[in-house]
Design a protein around this ligand. Structure first.
Ligand code: NAD
Ligand code: UD1
Length: 373
């Protein structure tokens, strides 16, 4: 039995991790600031944080908070973060402060040596890749940068080979792909990953950085208008509003159920093979945004056509899905939940919520700031 600190443990992914750690007999402490964007104004602990957890309200930017949170712990899962890609492009100081500097505060304390931490596991993100890997018509693997804005304005949404109109083909992305983060959020996640791996190595604290792909499932914050697309679309459909689709809906991601992310996180703690490495956690399956809208409609027995806005969000990538061979090989990771089954459960969760639909507000904010074109 280990003593485990989970930062962000009141949030979506952290709280599922806490459930599994408790079920395995570990002692768990949660540090979370219960931020209003996720938990509402004047929030108290969500009901899903069990009473046997030691709860600490506090901010990861505060060194004194970390000193108390780390005391007597064996393992740290650092999941607390600001998570909205679009929002990070105007709340720049807040995102860098919480994600990058909050992690710096943790690492500086660890560097002093008077701690009991034996392992550090940090939540990174596939967003640090920027675009995924692609293949040219001749079969050469390429790593394109962001799409050309002139083409996007002509609604040519794919990546093309040179100046031609031949589309590049998206490939699974592995961990060796050069990192090309395209948002402040992604830059802060790369910082977190690289800082943790570098300090872990320097001070012999086994560290693993997990690059989560697009995670969905119950407890995803619906109050947060910058939450993931599957939760946003569920909320829209349950309110009988059409999902708003940027570009043409052909953009794709790798949607992984939260229980599969937790599987990877726990394997990373229990096994040593992934120490000091960055590891993709996805399913290896490519799903388009249009497919997400269709799957949700089908599950809900609805037929609400999505509204294709034919605009694009600044910094958005077209395709990225995971090559998970490293997680399979080093950790024996094997995702179990099929998207079709996972969305059924997501809908169950969303329908129990008072789904206030704040997406329109969030979208207008992006428009007002010139971040959709
Ligand atoms: P979430 O918003 O549900 O949970 C984050 C938690 O962190 C919240 O409970 C929040 O109150 C807390 N928090 C925020 N700022 C804090 C601060 N300054 N001090 C202490 N606590 C603070 O988000 P999530 O989806 O569960 O994300 C968890 C982690 O996974 C994050 O690091 C995120 O970047 C990463 N991630 C998520 C996804 C995804 O698709 N959800 C994908 C890739 C990576
Ligand atoms: C998401 C996560 C990010 C995580 C990353 C890793 C959120 C808010 N962001 O970023 O924390 O690190 O995955 O995989 O969970 N879209 C629409 N309509 C909408 C909303 C989105 O068409 O109403 C489109 C977007 O333009 C994009 C796709 O859906 O093409 C996915 O967007 P989103 O769910 O915000 O995720 P990511 O930007 O991939």
């Amino acid at each position: 039995m280990a003593k485990i600190l989970v930062t962000g443990g009141a949030g979506f992914i952290g709280s599922h991790l806490v459930d599994v750690l408790l079920a395995k007999g570990h002692e768990v402490r949660v540090l979370d600031a219960l931020i209003p964007q996720v938990h509402g104004e004047n929030a108290t602990w969500p009901t899903w944080v069990p009473s046997q957890v030691q709860r600490m309200i506090g901010d990861v930017r505060d060194p004194d908070v970390w000193v108390k949170a780390l005391a007597g712990m064996d393992i740290v899962y650092h999941l607390a973060a600001e998570v909205g890609v679009g929002q990070s492009m105007y709340e720049i100081v807040r995102y860098m402060d919480v994600n990058t500097m909050g992690t710096a505060v943790l690492l500086e304390l660890l560097s002093r040596g008077n701690h009991t931490i034996q392992k550090l596991l940090v939540a990174s993100s596939m967003s640090i890749y920027g675009e995924g890997a692609y293949q040219t018509p001749e079969g050469q693997v390429v790593f394109p940068m962001l799409r050309d804005e002139a083409r996007l304005r002509r609604q040519q949404w794919e990546h093309y080979w040179g100046d031609s109109d031949t589309e590049l083909i998206a490939l699974p992305t592995n961990e060796d792909k050069p990192l090309q983060p395209t948002s402040i959020y992604a830059i802060s996640k790369r910082d977190q990953e690289e800082m943790c791996l570098s300090v872990g190595l320097a001070y012999n604290i086994p560290t693993v950085a997990f690059r989560f792909f697009n995670v969905y499932g119950p407890r995803q914050a619906l109050s947060n208008p910058y939450t993931g697309v599957a939760a946003i679309f569920s909320g829209r459909l349950l309110n009988h509003n059409p999902p708003l689709i940027f570009e043409d809906g052909g953009q794709s991601r790798d949607f992984i159920h939260v229980s599969d992310i937790v599987q990877g996180l726990v394997l990373g703690m229990e096994r040593d093979e992934a120490n000091y490495q960055a590891i993709n956690l996805g399913t290896g399956r490519q799903t388009s945004v249009l497919d997400v809208a269709q799957a949700l409609n089908r599950e809900l027995g609805l037929d609400i056509a999505p509204e294709i806005v034919n605009k694009f969000r600044a910094g958005d990538i077209r395709h990225c899905f995971a090559d998970i061979s490293r997680a399979r090989r080093l950790l024996g990771f094997a995702p179990k939940v099929r998207f079709e089954d996972g969305v059924r459960e997501l809908i169950g969760w969303v329908s129990q919520q008072t789904a206030s639909d704040k997406v329109a507000d969030a979208t207008s904010e992006l428009v007002a700031r010139g971040l959709t074109r």
